[in-house]
Write a protein that binds this ligand. Structure first.
Ligand SMILES: [Zn+2]
Length: 306
């Protein structure tokens, strides 16, 4: 039987983590978090799993890795290097359109085994991988025995920039740390490129590509999650919604992601619209000008007023 994988693509700070965590809180779903970073952040840098243990010491990930690779697991440092060479974001179109290089094929084989092992060990009907990186999504339809679905999440780039400019603690390391920051030009350039590439992947996911705006999810979270289950053809079984905007988030084993992945228990879902009040005019104008072509496309207002 093939393994259903829902890959969430898009530029960071677009709401992917909360969607991922809500999906994971259904009995039929297992979320890996940003599986792309299992090797570098999880195993080389020894960061924390969503369960609070280091990924390298998490019983579930040990079992998955054993099941996938037995006595000859890939060396995490070598695999990090291989991944860096194969999956540069600018190479995304090449991974779709032409025969894979031997290195890309090797990486594809290793990841295929991993997805199969995740399905075998967890028994989940749907695996959610919120890696976001478009090049990772480009390889998924080329993996044997994998039935891939692509959820492309977008968010107003002015809100995204505002989030990237905030200092945010990163609790998944052993010592105090903060997340990377991006200035408006850098964040918006990434926003343009990652969204353009994510859209280009649609043709390799025939009838299995869905674009979702964070703002539409935030307005109707429960209905949106219902749509995602219908999209993948998986029954939601027991889920976390207490009412239309309140969820009881379950613990998870996500290997990497936004710090909000460590939140569990009862959470009220509200749209994060702080940027409208807090963002200075300078960055707002700069982002609006840069993002103009796609702002229209995604239905965001061009007006810079609050
Ligand atoms: Zn864990």
């Amino acid at each position: 039987m093939s393994v259903k994988v829902l890959y969430i693509a898009g530029w960071g700070r677009s709401g992917t983590t909360i969607v991922d965590n809500i999906l994971n809180s259904h009995d039929s779903v297992f979320s890996t978090g940003e599986l792309f970073y299992l090797w570098r952040r999880g195993l080389v840098q020894r960061r924390k799993c969503g369960c609070g243990k280091q990924v390298a010491n998490c019983h579930l990930w040990r079992e998955i890795l054993d099941h996938a690779y037995g006595d000859s697991p890939p060396d995490p440092r070598e695999l990090t290097e291989l991944q860096r060479r194969v999956t540069r974001v600018r190479r995304t179109p090449a991974l779709i359109g032409s025969p894979l290089s031997s290195e890309a094929n090797e990486y594809r084989r290793i990841m295929t085994r991993l997805y199969h092992a995740i399905a075998d060990v967890t028994g989940a009907k749907l695996i959610v991988d919120s890696s976001k990186v478009p090049s990772g999504a480009a390889l998924l339809p080329q993996m044997g025995g994998v039935e891939p679905y692509l959820l492309h999440m977008v968010r107003d780039p002015r809100a995204v920039t505002h989030s990237w400019m905030r200092v945010t603690e990163q609790p998944d390391r052993g010592k105090p740390a903060v997340m990377d920051q991006h200035n408006p030009a850098d964040s918006t350039m990434h926003w343009l490129v990652w969204n353009t590439f994510s859209e280009r992947l649609a043709r390799t996911y025939p009838n299995r590509y869905l674009r979702l705006r964070y703002e539409d999810f935030a307005r109707a979270p429960r209905a949106t999650i219902d749509e995602l289950f219908a999209f993948t053809g998986v029954a939601p079984l027991e889920g976390p919604f207490l009412d239309d905007t309140t969820v009881m988030l379950q613990p998870n084993h996500t290997v990497s992601g936004n710090p909000s992945r460590f939140r569990t228990g009862e959470i009220t879902l509200r749209a994060d619209e702080r940027w409208r009040k807090e963002q200075p005019l300078g960055p707002r104008l700069a982002v609006t000008a840069m993002a103009l072509p796609l702002l229209h496309r995604y239905g965001y207002r061009v007006s810079v007023g609050a």
